[in-house]
Each structure stands twice: as C-alpha cells, then as structure tokens.
Design a protein around this ligand. Structure first.
Ligand SMILES: Nc1ncnc2c1ncn2[C@@H]1O[C@H](COP(=O)(O)OP(=O)(O)OP(=O)(O)O)[C@@H](O)[C@H]1O
Ligand SMILES: [Mg+2]
Length: 335
C-alpha cells in the first residue's frame, strides 16, 4: 500500500483501521476540520485550522471578539464555505450531502430572527413541521427551555434572554446528534444562563449529544465542556481539557493585591516560589504568580509589614483560563 497516493480521507480510514487493530479502541471522528482557511478581502478570519471532534464531546470555542469563532462554526454548519481545506461530518460534506447533514445538526446562530407575528408556540410548531414532529414536541420543548408561560407571546415581544431560549428550543427540537450554538448565553442574566447550562447538561446525559459552543465566558467553557479550544486571530492557541490547558502554562496560584505605596523590588526576590510579578499600576497594585500560596503568602505579608506598607486589598485565587489567555496573548479574553 503506497501512502503517498492516498487522499486525506482514505489515509484517515487506514489510520483508523490500524488503530482499531492495535488498541481495540476505535478513535471515532465525528467532525473533521482539516486545514481550513477563510478570508474576507485578504483578511484571514480563520487561518489554517485543523480540529477533530469525537461523538459525545462537548467542545467550547473560546475567544475574544473577532477571533473567528462564528466563521468557523458557520463553515461546519454549511452556511459558509472554506477557501481552503475540508470539513467532513460523519464522512459527509456540504457539497454532496446537504440533506442528510441538515438532519444531523441542530443550529442556533449568534443572532436569531423569528417571524415577529408568530407566537412562541406557533414558532415551535412551524419548525416542528419541517421535521414532521408532532405538536406535542412543541410542548416538551417549551417546558425544557422554560417558556411555557410565554407560549402565546409574539416572538417580537420576547426579551433578549427569552429569545435565546426559544432559539435553543428550536435547535434541539429534532433531538439533533450534533448541536452548534453560537454564543447561546451572551446577554443572559446569571439565572437564565444556569438554566440553559442545565438543559445542555441534561441533553448530554440523555442523548449523548455532541456540542460545539462558542463563548466569551470562560466559566461557561469550564462548566459545560469536556474540551476547550482557545481561538485568537483565526488560529488555535490552545486545545485540551481545562486541567490540560492550565498545566501547559506554568502551574501556580495568584496573589492579587493593592498597597498604599509602591512595592520595593527587593521584596520580590524574597518571596518563595515566585514565578512572576504582573505589575498593574506603579507597583502599588499587582499580581504575584506563585508556586504554593501557603508558603508565599505568610512571607509576603510579613515583608509588607516589615517595609511599613499598608495592604488595601488582598485576594488569593487559583489560575483561570483568562490568566492563560493573558499569558499567551498579553490581552484578557473580554478585552
Ligand atoms: N462577511 C464578512 N465580511 C468581512 N469580514 C468578516 C465577515 N465575517 C467575518 N468577518 C471578519 O472576520 C473576523 C472573525 O469574525 P467572526 O464573526 O468569525 O468572529 P467571532 O470570533 O465570532 O467574534 P464575536 O465574538 O464578536 O462574535 C472579524 O475580524 C470579522 O470582522
Ligand atoms: Mg461570533
């Protein structure tokens, strides 16, 4: 067998079979994104991205505004086409297999437009009719997304959060194998966000749904997803579980403080296990990234006292994805 003459998909199938033979544990690829690039007037919104997603995986695409999240997701949804590269879903592609792919996917876009003068119930009935679902399904969905009390409300009169719940309801109506949600909780209040997270957690347990979700919220990615892909400027910066991501950058905990005066440089050299100091404001305000907070904090406090400085604010915390993002790009996720 000559590998050089194989097309990428054939090669993958070959690799597949070999892996099955060796490990007896098939590596099943549900969505295969290979070297995908998409440009707008020469600007690369998605820049040579490769990503494979397995069945049942909950994957978060996390990144700041303009990172390329929507562009990437819309290419998986068949709403945009890559300039270069390939996307296959269960081995099918959008050029040849539109109808079966539509059946597989449940989609909620970043901004959903409904027919203004249809009620919540009528909207669900309408979408249900596209999939030949009984009207009973609309009831179930209204209950699942907590909109039963709004069933007679015109969609134009829904609040932003209610509209997002309806969009999720529409996306999950036909119990899709793959759910693609573009910022489903942006603008929701904390309660509504929780409710939505609960719905998605239940879907995973009940139907083994696969999810790709875009978000700016690291808590959302952390809470909901098995795997987090951080995107910035059209490229993948990091890909893994939360623990893996936090471990790829130096481990550590954070002491965040504000003092009344500048922190003398010699203090820093005496703090045990100090990885680095992030200076926020003339050294009166900053963050110490330390190996072990229980060793570093008492020493830091005694040094502050010995130098007659006054502590105005002190906060200790574990590192988060936001810290990782800052370390990689120099910017915060929400900047
Ligand atoms: N149709 C388009 N024409 C021109 N530029 C576009 C188009 N769609 C996207 N872009 C550009 O591509 C980049 C990525 O946009 P995209 O919408 O994918 O980002 P995003 O990560 O979803 O951002 P956000 O978090 O704000 O939704 C942006 O710089 C955007 O201006
Ligand atoms: Mg977007």
């Amino acid at each position: 067998m000559n590998h050089n003459t194989k097309k990428p998909d054939e090669f993958l199938n070959y690799f597949y079979r070999v892996r099955i033979k060796i490990t007896n544990q098939p590596l099943i690829i549900l969505i295969n994104i290979q070297n995908v690039t998409k440009s707008f007037k020469g600007f690369k919104a998605v820049d040579d991205i490769s990503l494979t997603i397995q069945p049942g995986e909950y994957l978060a695409l996390l990144g700041p505004n303009g990172a390329g999240k929507t562009t990437l997701v819309e290419m998986v949804e068949g709403l945009q086409y890559p300039d270069q590269g390939n996307i296959t879903i269960k081995g099918m592609n959008w050029h040849q297999h539109k109808a079966p792919l539509r059946k597989l996917l449940g989609i909620s876009l970043q901004e959903t437009k409904f027919v203004d003068k249809l009620t919540v119930r009528e909207t669900l009935n309408l979408f249900g009719s596209f999939y030949d679902l009984p009207k009973r399904r609309s009831e179930e969905i209204m209950e699942a997304v907590n909109l039963t009390h709004k069933q007679k409300t015109f969609t134009v009169n829904l609040s932003g959060g209610q509209r997002q719940k309806l969009a999720l309801g529409v996306a999950i109506m036909n119990t899709p194998e793959i759910l693609l949600l573009d910022e489903p909780t942006t603008g929701l209040d904390p309660n509504a966000r929780r409710e939505l997270w609960d719905i998605l957690t239940k879907l995973k347990a009940q139907y083994h749904t696969t999810l790709i979700l875009t978000t700016h919220y690291m808590e959302e990615a952390q809470y909901l997803c098995d795997r987090i892909v951080i995107l910035d400027q059209g490229k993948i910066l990091a890909d893994g579980t939360l623990e893996e991501l936090l471990d790829t950058y130096e481990r550590g905990e954070i002491i965040s403080f504000t003092l009344d005066k500048e922190l003398p440089g010699q203090i820093l050299s005496q703090i045990p296990g100090l990885h680095h100091f992030i200076n926020r404001n003339e050294r009166a305000k900053g963050e110490l990234i330390v190996e072990d907070i229980t060793r570093a904090l008492p020493k830091f406090l005694s040094l502050v006292e010995a130098h007659h400085l006054e502590m105005r604010r002190l906060e200790c915390r574990k590192k988060t994805l936001d810290d990782l993002f800052v370390a990689m790009t120099g910017r915060r996720l929400d900047e």
